[in-house]
Design a protein around this ligand. Structure first.
Ligand code: TYD
Ligand code: MG
Length: 477
């Protein structure tokens, strides 16, 4: 007999409670608990389904468990394959998250257009009509000059559908090896009372798709929107269900897009792929450092080059700093691409340990190209960009700055210095200003002069042109 009762689900974090609460006990958000009616039976059938997922279970010695190295379906888009760890694992379920309009559908469609030459692909869209998708596909297919836009692959099947039961029927009929769901927030299961996009629907739909992937060997890609306000059921609740979580990020007003893996059961995380949004879709950027530095104004004050690690790849980025006298009241600190608290810390160290007067200055820091750098290794470049603006003196054009700043004004060695230095040398930088090595190790690579310094103050003296006066008395009027 079916018994119904209510539960309350936080739309931010997915926390379930038995009674209504104004504030979510888990994430602390207000007014996010939404009532959902559930039927007792479904719970038990769901549990059974989950148990049935692996079939009969039996503990065995690890050596006797069959399984070779995971076979992967090769992916012709190099930057995408890099992020996935080499290719698509059959039976895996991948979440592609990102802000609306960032290019998730474009990326997926590009991938399927490539994959459909060798695999059967089913693209399910709950957002766009088949005709719209076809028109976009025609446009994307033109990227390859030799290819005719009308010769779209026959193995790519499109359907506009939002009911998951119907979608699963389509899958049974079509038997694709790759399934794309665009997007998880638009699909729903009819037996659930909550609306599409609610945490319960999203979680339940994803679980069913996961079951499909694990039992049939179909690789499933799910698109999920994230909004800053978290108004849509964010992919947060999905992260536990899927094997791999990719985020497509970037500044909507800039062309570069970064595809980042934040969870990967089949490869390294923190790998990034770099793309550029063009007229004919996303284009791989094979040499991102070069691209990011292409618009740099050499010898302009307030600019410094940092070398950050994105996964296993060093990236050179330009950090810009600008100070200007505060007009009213409190001085403002405005970071774009660096962490706000990190910027406050760097400004405080510049004030206290280097003697720079920042109290009545508004401070802006910008990472060119729309990249977000979270690594402390970029501290030194941020500090140099600010100091360079304060003193109105450019940083040496051919220098990169790498190092974490401590509260005492000392510099600390970040990891993977060799890789960073090699990348800087490869791009033609002549000098690198880095923290002093305290333990003897390998020699630094050839082709780049390495200046080792102990403190931020010494680093700035070495980095700024004509910055010979310690403490920066050459301050702009
Ligand atoms: P889309 O893939 O629809 O974003 P999402 O699925 O993440 O919501 O991409 C939307 C943006 O991409 C849109 O604003 C236009 C831009 N775009 C291009 O610049 N060039 C192209 O070839 C395509 C297909 C899209
Ligand atoms: Mg889309």
């Amino acid at each position: 007999m079916s018994k119904t009762h209510s539960r309350y689900v936080c739309q931010e974090c997915g926390r379930v409670t038995a009674s209504y609460m104004g504030k979510c006990p888990q994430c602390g958000s207000f007014n996010t608990m939404i009532e959902e009616v559930i039927h007792e039976e479904k719970i038990s059938s769901k549990k059974a389904a989950v148990r049935g997922l692996t079939g009969r279970s039996e503990p065995r010695p690890i050596g006797q468990i069959s399984g070779d190295v995971e076979e992967r379906i090769p992916l012709p888009i190099g930057e995408f394959a890099r992020v996935l760890g080499g290719g698509i694992v059959p039976g895996s379920i991948v979440l592609v998250g990102g802000d609306p309009g960032i290019g998730k559908s474009t990326l997926m469609l590009q991938m399927t257009l490539e994959m459909a030459h060798s695999q059967k692909v089913l693209y399910v869209s709950g957002e766009e009509s088949e005709r719209q998708i076809k028109m976009r596909a025609m446009r994307l297919a033109h990227t390859d000059e030799g290819k005719d836009g009308n010769s779209l692959p026959d193995e790519l099947l499109l359907v506009t559908e939002t009911n998951l039961e119907t979608i699963l029927n389509h899958v049974r009929e079509v038997q694709p090896s790759l399934l794309i769901i665009d997007s998880i927030q638009t699909i729903y299961l009819s037996h659930m009372d909550s609306s599409a996009g609610s945490v319960s629907q999203v979680r339940e739909c994803a679980s069913q798709l996961r079951e499909l992937a694990k039992t049939s060997g179909i690789s499933v890609f799910i698109i999920g929107h994230v909004t800053k306000e978290g108004t849509l059921a964010g992919p947060r609740v999905l992260e536990h269900i899927v094997d791999t979580v990719l985020y497509l990020e970037g500044d909507r007003f800039q062309a570069y897009r970064l595809l980042r893996s934040v969870k990967n059961r089949f490869g390294a995380i923190a790998e990034v792929g770099v793309f550029e949004m063009r007229e004919h879709g996303l284009k791989e950027v094979n040499n991102p450092s070069e691209a990011f530095l292409s618009e740099r104004m050499v010898n302009a004050p307030g600019s410094a080059i940092a070398v950050t690690m994105e996964g296993t790849r060093p990236l050179l980025v330009e950090v810009q700093g600008l100070t200007s006298p505060t007009n009213f009241g409190n001085a403002r600190r405005t970071p774009n691409g660096v962490d706000y608290n990190r910027l406050l810390m760097i400004a405080a160290v510049l004030t206290r340990r280097v003697g720079m007067k920042l109290a009545e200055q508004d401070l802006f820091v910008n990472v060119v190209s729309g990249l977000q750098i979270d690594e402390p290794a970029a501290d030194l470049a941020v500090a140099a960009a600010i100091a360079s603006s304060v003193r109105d003196t450019p940083v040496k054009a051919e220098a990169v700055l790498i190092g974490e700043i401590g509260l005492a004004g000392e510099l600390r060695m970040p990891g993977q210095m060799m890789l960073r230095l090699r990348e800087a040398a490869k791009l033609g930088f002549k000098t690198a200003i880095i923290p002093k090595k305290l333990r003897p190790g390998e020699a630094w690579p050839k082709g780049i002069e390495v200046i080792e310094v102990r403190s931020l103050k010494q680093a700035l003296e070495a980095a700024l042109l004509g910055g010979d006066a310690p403490g920066g008395r050459k301050q702009a009027a």
